[in-house]
Design a protein around this ligand. Structure first.
Ligand code: GLU
Length: 429
């Protein structure tokens, strides 16, 4: 699951954008506004480490577009973080909020660090340091962060606590993904994985496939993958393998069991980053295969739910001819070259910014609940999430059918059109 050298996610995001901008015949001004982030920040975060020495981490926040509402998007902790990755992810957030039609724009943040090697206290230092550097430009009405790769509710609370200390008041709307009981929403943990399965369920229905007759192979075993597997299996689907990163060996492995993996069993031997213990898995009867084995399995559905740049011009041709659906839980897992392969093979792609929009949609519900200071039951949150995801899916698939567009392009057309219109209505172009 490592990043290929030379891969630039921002170039990929721009390439995807340019294609649809041509299709929509967007004017030059709108293109220029949308092709690049509105604002971006890069800064140092000095942290006193447990050994007493100060280490300086590099942090980022990119605000891609706020024509439809405050910027919204997670903060990633990743050892290979780059500003271009954050730019791409910020742009994808703009399209994500737009395609599900929530009143928010797009942003993303990151810190170059590896939380595997950091104590809780050191991570707290990074969180507090991050927001100290950026406290003037984030806020409930301007830019609202959230969890992402290797960050969670605890990190969000440290950031909020520091922000509130700086501003001297309570500002629960600063950040989403907060712990339940401290401004968080029930269902937020489940939201991205469940949202992925809500749209998968609709896609299968459209393809005339019954979930109970399907099988899937999953990349990743973090927050998104775990809840996606849980709901997909509840619908009757069989996940035959998951692939995840092994920190000790600095490589990834695929864990396979037929007729299906057992979620509870794997969760019992998984660390907090979604890494599965190899030896214990073998004891439980799992085959341990090379990391890439997940993508060559004879399954109906592939769920890349880890990180960007996994289905590429090189790997996509190796997927099984049986695969009918690719449900993108990760952001940016598929390159334009792989899209060509899928298009040619008539694979039904649930594009990332639609398929994984459940997280930010629930973040939006969290904001609404925080503003009212009245919190909904979990079923209510998940019910509203289902309605939003299902209607976004049908909007996109209907357009794809009508105009004979590839699903990703149809999702882009809807998302970009809404943002372009907002820029125009505001008089920016
Ligand atoms: N990090 C998540 C994403 O990529 C959620 C963002 C949010 O809740 O603001 O969609």
């Amino acid at each position: 699951m490592s990043q290929a050298k030379g891969f630039n996610p921002f170039e990929m995001a721009q390439k995807q954008f340019d294609k649809v901008a041509d299709l929509l015949e967007l004017d030059t001004g709108t293109r220029e506004i949308l092709r690049n982030p509105m604002r971006e920040y890069a800064f140092n975060i000095p942290v006193r480490m447990d050994d007493g020495k100060v280490k300086v981490f590099r942090g980022f926040r990119v605000q891609h577009n706020d024509a439809r509402g405050p910027c919204k998007g997670g903060i990633r902790f990743h050892p290979q973080e780059t500003v271009d990755t954050v730019r791409a992810l910020a742009m994808w957030m703009t399209w994500k909020c737009s395609v599900v039609d929530i009143p928010l724009g797009g942003g993303k943040g990151g810190v170059i660090c590896d939380p595997h090697n950091l104590s809780a206290r050191e991570q707290e230092g990074i969180c507090r340091g991050w927001v100290r550097q950026i406290a003037k430009v984030v806020g409930p009405l301007s830019d609202v962060p959230a969890p992402d790769v290797m960050t969670n509710a605890q990190h969000m609370l440290w950031i909020l606590d520091e922000y509130e200390a700086i501003h001297g008041g309570h500002y629960p709307g600063l950040i989403t993904g907060k712990p339940v009981g401290l401004g968080g929403s029930l269902g937020r943990k489940e939201a991205t994985g469940y949202g992925l399965v809500f749209v998968l369920r609709e896609a299968l229905r459209e393809l005339g496939m019954k979930p109970e007759n399907t099988s899937a192979s999953v990349q990743g075993f973090g927050n998104v993958a775990q809840f996606a597997i849980e709901l997909y299996q509840r619908l009757g689907g069989r996940v035959i393998c998951v692939s995840c990163w092994d920190q000790k060996d600095q490589t990834s492995y695929t864990f396979k069991k037929e007729p299906a993996i057992k979620l509870e069993e794997l969760l019992g031997i998984t660390d907090r980053f979604g890494g599965i213990d190899k030896e214990k898995a073998k004891d439980l009867g799992y085959q341990v295969l090379p990391g890439e084995a997940w993508l060559t399995q004879d399954v109906d559905i592939l769920m890349p739910a880890a990180i960007e740049n996994q289905l590429t011009g090189e790997t996509a041709p190796r997927i099984s001819r049986k695969v009918r659906v690719v449900a993108e839980g990760a952001n940016g897992p598929t390159t334009p070259e792989a899209d060509e392969v899928f298009r040619e093979r008539n694979v039904f792609v649930l594009p990332d910014f639609l398929a994984n929009a459940g997280g930010v949609t629930c973040s939006y519900f969290e904001q609404v609940q925080s503003n009212m200071n009245y919190f909904w039951e979990k079923d209510e949150v998940l019910g509203k999430l289902d309605v939003k995801m299902t209607s976004a899916f049908h909007g996109v698939s209907e357009l794809a059918r009508q105009k004979k567009l590839y699903m990703r392009d149809a999702a882009y057309v809807i998302a970009i059109n809404r943002v372009a219109q907002a820029c125009k209505d505001r008089g920016w172009v």
